[in-house]
Design a protein. Structure first.
Length: 328
């Protein structure tokens, strides 16, 4: 009798994971394939949740929810993205002589940064010829595209004009030679496209369910899923200023005595940043007095120009990459 009871308990425990509902959201075909594989693994008899969660993280998903219902959320929508991928990625690039890299040179956690970029491609891909996340990821995986960082201090003219002039003090330590980039990486040309893709957003998500559910239950779980995403986005917003300061300390060891909202003359700015940053007028003009607005970080995308002798660089704000801010 005891053996029978023990056997029944083992059967029940062995089937607990089969009763766990897994809901995965995805924004691209490659994410769908990953989510399908992760859901299939959750059905295995030898399923170990802790090991499975680590495997999910390596593949760009964070696991949230109770034992009965699990939601798989792309890591770049969650605060875990900062510690697990973003900050290590910045540290990695800061150590590189060229300050750019391709995906094959990165560890799995760091790959998630640029695959997150691919998933956000519909927001800004028109500017460098990528009309879908699949094309972006294909180019990244093939090494046709290199990625790097750009960072600097953004100023705005202090005049009362209706259209303020902007000046960027570009961090010189992140400069790189297009010739050396092409010598190091086999980048490709990216053809231009004429149609502008629509912006991606929460309304464009698709979902996978590990078990068949009625329409009402599916809608219920999709709403709960998006509530998780929105909650994580709020957490990211709260953490972002602290994260930017942390990234600034990684990329620029010197402490710059700037105060947000304070006004500085152009000569003061040039003296302050001599040997550190290059003053670049973004509208072709420079005002005599400038207001310091923010420290800004961009992920840069590099590919061959039409002549094949240099590189074209497109910059994407990290807020946009993580879905916290729309591209203007």
């Amino acid at each position: 009798m005891r053996m029978f009871i023990l056997w029944m308990l083992l059967v029940i425990l062995g089937n607990l994971n089969a009763q766990t509902l897994v809901v995965a959201g995805y924004e691209s075909e490659s994410q769908r394939k990953i989510a399908e594989r992760l859901i299939e693994q959750s059905r295995e008899k030898s399923w170990n949740r802790r090991e499975w969660e680590a495997h999910c993280r390596e593949n760009g998903y964070v696991v949230v929810g109770s034992g009965d219902v699990i939601y798989l959320i792309p890591i770049y929508y969650t605060p875990e993205f900062i510690e697990y991928s973003l900050v290590p990625f910045v540290e990695h690039l800061a150590q590189l002589h060229l300050k750019v890299t391709t995906q094959e040179m990165l560890s799995p956690p760091l790959k998630q940064v640029i695959f997150a970029l691919a998933a956000r491609a519909p927001d800004w891909g028109v500017s460098w010829g990528l009309s879908s996340p699949e094309i972006a990821e294909t180019k990244l995986r093939s090494g046709a595209i290199a990625v790097g960082l750009k960072a600097g201090w953004l100023f705005e003219s202090a005049s009362d004009s209706t259209k303020p002039l902007h000046v960027l003090v570009d961090l010189q330590s992140l400069e790189y030679s297009p010739t050396k980039v092409l010598e190091t990486f086999r980048l490709e040309r990216v053809p231009t496209i004429s149609s502008v893709p629509k912006n991606s957003g929460l309304s464009d998500w698709s979902f996978l369910f590990s078990h068949p559910l009625g329409i009402e239950r599916r809608i219920e779980h999709m709403k709960a899923y998006l509530e998780w995403v929105l909650a994580f986005q709020k957490q990211l917003q709260l953490l972002w200023q602290q994260t930017k300061s942390r990234i600034q300390s990684i990329l620029c060891a010197q402490e710059i005595p700037l105060q947000m909202g304070a006004t500085y003359s152009i000569s003061e700015i040039e003296d302050m940043f001599r040997g550190i940053g290059l003053v670049i007028p973004l509208e072709g003009k420079v005002s005599e007095s400038l207001i310091y607005r923010e420290w800004q970080i961009w992920l840069t995308v590099l590919y061959q120009d039409e002549m094949g002798t240099g590189t074209i660089e497109v910059c994407v704000p990290l807020e946009t990459l993580m879905g916290m801010k729309r591209r203007n």
